[in-house]
Structure formats: structure tokens, C-alpha cells
Design a protein around this ligand. Structure first.
Ligand code: HEM
Length: 511
């Protein structure tokens, strides 16, 4: 009785293995995968990933092609480095690639994949994105909060002015100022609270939280082996998972504190200084919590604030940092920006957000900065939710997609003399249709950056006001070092310092 059973089992196993092998052979024959550089067994192409990764991948595409299929451990990765392929992906295949890969950071640093940036494509993501658009990114909300941004830019001007109120030039360290500005703007819009500046008690808390954000971004940028080798998911060999849990515990305490504090203020119906409370973004979220408590849980609200702080602060401050560095190395361009402001606004008043549409050259400078130094050089990863054909090649379901904005922005077939800083190249440029995919610093399609208009306003306002209000110069004859440092939002390697001197408008307009 026993023997026939074992024979049959062995036959079934052999038959299944043979069937699997032949299916694999057949599909291999019929699959027309994109080109792939030589790889190693098990690790695939992981050994090629040297920092800075956007440059390594740019070199790889230069050698093997603008559409590559790589293997990072067990994951297939589609690497795209051309505007026409980016267009195909963000139009024809936009829904298929609207998913995000399930990486460990989503579990530990994004409330178990429930933040808008890392949620899978579906109802949860749609609801979050709609809520954020209504509460923050819509034209009316952007206009409503413009006084906050203007107020913060002016407070910073005042602060710089106090350090440099004489005719002498004063040395200023700029990156930390940009970071403080973008953090203050975001927290003021969301929870009505400033963390940096005079008479602010929470500076240390903000610094701690920004360190947590930066560490979180560093971890997100570092390869987590478990994401590429599923059998390692059970053992946290590098200790990265424990680190994520520790960081998120600190972040969560901070966010929960913000929510509680605001809840308390709202429940007394008065602001802490006795004034009627303003309608802030968090107020609307807490109101939604009362009507739909099962969706707007505290975790969902904290996740929304988290995204604003993580996606919105470092990106904007890094862009400002690169823009100022470029302008310090190109004083003639800085002068041209100032001349445009003098002509269109004058010396009687400081520039305001409503003036920005008139300042086309300033916008060209911002575009050129984002082209040369996009704060997310590889955009964010996407994931294919079904098999599809891209650029004529087969791309299987679950393939991760990286679009190398850095490579597209610096491709001589796309941009003339691509490494040259030349804002004039954007004169008359509309970015409409296919042209738009040549500059994709904000991504595109369904998962494109919803904060692009906000970022453009803040960067334009800050940069324009600084140039209008101060003379800026390099601290020495040497050009500012433009090398990129390590980090997800591509910061500059060196801190940015500059000499500044107030212009007459500072004495007449600021009290
Ligand atoms: C210069 C500033 C900024 C740059 C360069 C930038 C760039 C990007 C990029 C490249 C993406 C990914 C697009 C993709 O997946 O294809 C993205 C997504 C996102 N950005 Fe921005 N961003 C900036 C500022 C902001 C600001 C100020 C906010 C909000 C306050 C913001 C919120 C988001 C969110 C929520 C997502 C995820 C969207 C989703 O997955 O549905 N960003 N951003």
C-alpha cells in the first residue's frame, strides 16, 4: 500500500518541476524584456549601485540604453532615462504605474502604508490625495496661506537685517536659514505654530525633529536588504528595522503632541493668546475626524502632517540652497533677476506672491535650478500593477520603476550644452505636451508632486525677496563648490555661506 503512494508522490513532484521548467523556457522565449547589463547571480545588479546613485545610473544608461531592466536581488527594476519614455509611462501606462512598491519604510515610517506618498494606488490614496488637495494645494487654499509665507520670509529678512544692519558686508550661513524658513512655513500652515525664530521656545524640539526627518530620509535612501531579499525580512541583519522603529516613535510623539495641543486650543474655542482661532489645515482635519472618525483617525491625520514635513521642507530648502549657490557663481544672472524686480515692482515695496507671474526671468532661474539639481533626482519609485509593454519591450507586473530625472535633465540629446547654467533657455518655454517631460523635477501623472505650485511660490517669493533686499556675494574669489552630498533630497555637500549687505529698500520698508 505504501510503495505506490511514494512512487506517485515522486512522479507528481518530478512532473511539476518539469512543467515549471518548460513554462519558464517558453515564457523566456516569448518575452521581449528591455536590455540589461551583465549581472551577478543572486544579487543581480546591486553591486553596481555606488553613490551618488543618480550619477551611477546615468552612466549605466549612457552605456547600455535609456530603457534598462535591472535586477536588484529578487526585484526587477525598470530604469528610464528619456523624456519620451517618461511621457509614455505617465500617460499611456499611468494607472498601471500609479502603485508604490511595498518597502519596509512604508511600514515603519509611513504609518503602515497609510500616508499619501507611500499608500498603494486605490481608495485610501485617492481619499488622502483629495483631502490634501482641498485643504492645502487648491488655488484658494494656496492664496489663503500666502500671508503666512510672506510673513515668514519677512521675519527671516528682519533676522538677517539685525545681523547686517550696517553698511558693511556680513557673512551669513544660508542653508540653515532655508531649512528654518521652509519648516516654519509648513508648520504655520498646518498647525499654526512656528518652531524657529525670536521668542520661540521650541527651537530645540524642531532641531531634534529635523534630525529625525533627516535620519529617516537617510534610512529611506539606504538599501534595506530585506526589500531585495525576502528571505532576509525575518532577520534584521543590519539593525535598520530597529532604527526605523526608534525614529518613528520619536516622530509620532512629536506629531501626537501637535494634534493634542491643537485639539485643546480648539476645544476652548480661543487661541492661546485669547484671539479667535484661525482655520488651519489641522482644524479641518479634526473637524473631519468628528464626522468620519473611522477614516480620519489620529494616525491618518499625523500621516498627513508627516508628509507635509518630510516631502515639503527638505525639498524646498534644498532647491533654495542650490539656486543661491548658482546665483553666487553667476553674479550677472543675479543682477538680471534684480533688474527684473526693479522694473516690475520697484524699490518702494517688497515683492509679494501675487507679483510672481510677472517675474518670468526669476521663474526661469528656478526652472534652471531644478533642471540642474532636482531635489528628487530619481523621483520616487513606482511599481507596475500589471504586465505591460513599454518602449516596445515587455515589462512584468511588480517591476519597480525609477525615472532618472537627473539623467534626462543633463542629456545632450534633450538639452543643448546641458551642464551649463543658462536660465535663458526657458524663455518662451511653456512645458506643454511632450516638452513637459524634459523637466520632470516634480514627476508627472497621478502620483506627480501635488506640492509643486506651493513649492514654486515659496521658492520664488524667498529668492526674489532676498535678491530685492540684499546685495549678495561669495565669501571669496573661489566659486561656490557645487558638488552634491549624500541624502535623498540631494543636498549640497558643503554648507552655503555668503556675504550680504542690505539694500536701501530694507531701511525704508522693514520696521
Ligand atoms: C522643490 C520642491 C519639491 C520637489 C522637487 C518635489 C518633488 C517631488 C517628486 C519628484 C515626487 C514624486 C513624483 C512621482 O512619484 O513621480 C513628489 C511627490 C510628492 N510631493 Fe513633492 N516636491 C517638492 C515639494 C513638495 C511640497 C512643498 C509638498 C507638500 C507640502 C510636496 C508633497 C508631495 C507629496 C505628498 C508627494 C507624493 C504624491 C503621491 O504619491 O501621490 N512636495 N514630489
Amino acid at each position: 500500500m505504501e510503495e505506490p503512494f511514494w512512487y506517485s508522490l515522486a512522479l507528481i513532484i518530478i512532473f511539476t518541476l518539469l512543467l515549471k521548467l518548460s513554462i519558464a523556457k517558453i515564457t523566456q522565449k516569448h518575452n521581449n524584456f528591455p536590455p540589461s547589463p551583465p549581472s551577478l547571480p543572486i544579487i543581480g545588479h546591486l553591486h553596481l549601485l555606488k553613490q551618488p546613485i543618480h550619477r551611477t545610473l546615468q552612466a549605466l544608461s549612457g552605456k547600455f540604453g535609456k530603457l534598462l531592466l535591472l535586477r536588484w536581488g529578487s526585484r526587477r527594476v525598470l530604469l528610464v532615462s528619456s523624456p519620451s519614455l517618461a511621457e509614455e509611462l505617465f500617460t499611456k501606462h499611468d494607472i498601471i504605474f500609479a502603485n508604490r512598491p511595498r518597502l519596509l519604510i512604508g511600514k515603519h515610517l509611513a504609518y503602515d502604508f497609510t500616508t499619501v506618498s507611500l499608500a498603494p494606488y486605490g481608495d485610501l490614496w485617492r481619499n488622502l490625495r483629495r483631502t490634501m488637495t482641498l485643504e492645502l494645494f487648491s488655488a484658494s487654499r494656496l492664496a489663503q496661506f500666502s500671508s503666512i509665507r510672506q510673513g515668514e520670509v519677512r521675519l527671516l529678512l528682519n533676522e538677517i537685517m539685525k545681523k547686517s544692519c550696517t553698511e558693511r558686508k556680513t557673512k551669513i550661513e544660508l542653508k540653515s536659514k532655508f531649512t528654518e524658513l521652509s519648516f516654519n512655513v509648513m508648520t504655520m500652515m498646518v498647525v499654526g505654530k512656528r518652531f524657529y525664530g525670536e521668542n520661540v521656545l521650541d527651537v530645540e524640539e524642531a532641531k531634534n525633529i529635523q534630525k529625525v526627518i533627516r535620519d529617516g530620509m537617510d534610512i529611506s535612501g539606504a538599501a534595506n536588504l530585506g526589500d531585495f531579499f525576502p528571505f532576509l525580512q525575518w532577520i534584521d541583519i543590519t539593525g535598520i528595522e530597529k532604527k526605523m522603529v526608534r525614529l518613528m516613535a520619536k516622530m509620532d510623539r512629536f506629531l501626537q503632541g501637535l494634534v493634542e495641543e491643537r485639539r485643546e486650543i480648539l476645544s476652548t474655542k480661543c487661541g492661546s493668546n485669547g484671539k479667535e482661532v484661525k482655520k488651519l489645515m489641522i482644524d479641518n482635519l479634526l473637524a473631519l475626524q468628528e464626522t468620519e472618525p473611522q477614516f480620519y483617525t489620529d494616525d491618518i491625520i499625523k500621516g498627513i502632517i508627516l508628509v507635509m514635513l518630510v516631502a515639503g521642507t527638505d525639498t524646498s530648502s534644498t532647491a533654495l540652497d542650490w539656486a543661491m549657490a548658482l546665483l553666487l557663481n553667476h553674479p550677472e544672472t543675479m543682477e538680471k533677476v534684480r533688474a527684473e524686480i526693479e522694473t516690475k515692482i520697484g524699490q518702494e515695496r517688497l515683492l509679494e506672491e501675487q507679483d510672481l507671474p510677472k517675474l518670468t526671468y526669476l521663474q526661469n532661474v528656478i526652472n534652471e535650478t531644478l533642471r540642474l539639481y532636482p531635489p528628487s533626482p530619481l523621483l520616487f519609485p513606482h511599481e507596475a500593477s500589471e504586465d505591460c509593454v513599454v518602449g516596445g519591450f515587455d515589462v512584468p507586473r511588480h517591476t519597480m520603476l525609477f525615472i532618472n530625472a537627473w539623467a534626462i535633465h543633463r542629456d545632450p540629446e534633450v538639452w543643448e550644452d546641458p551642464t551649463r547654467f543658462e536660465p535663458e533657455r526657458f524663455e518662451g518655454w511653456s512645458g506643454d505636451g511632450s516638452e513637459g517631460y524634459k523637466l520632470i523635477a516634480f514627476g508627472a501623472g497621478r502620483r506627480g508632486c501635488p506640492g509643486a505650485a506651493l513649492a514654486n511660490r515659496l521658492i520664488g517669493l524667498a529668492l526674489g525677496t532676498w535678491i530685492q533686499s540684499f546685495e549678495w556675494e561669495r565669501i571669496s574669489e573661489d566659486n561656490v563648490d557645487m558638488s552634491e552630498g549624500l541624502g535623498l533630497s540631494m543636498p549640497r555637500a558643503q554648507p552655503l555661506e555668503a556675504m550680504c549687505k542690505p539694500r536701501p529698500i530694507m531701511f525704508s520698508t522693514l520696521k
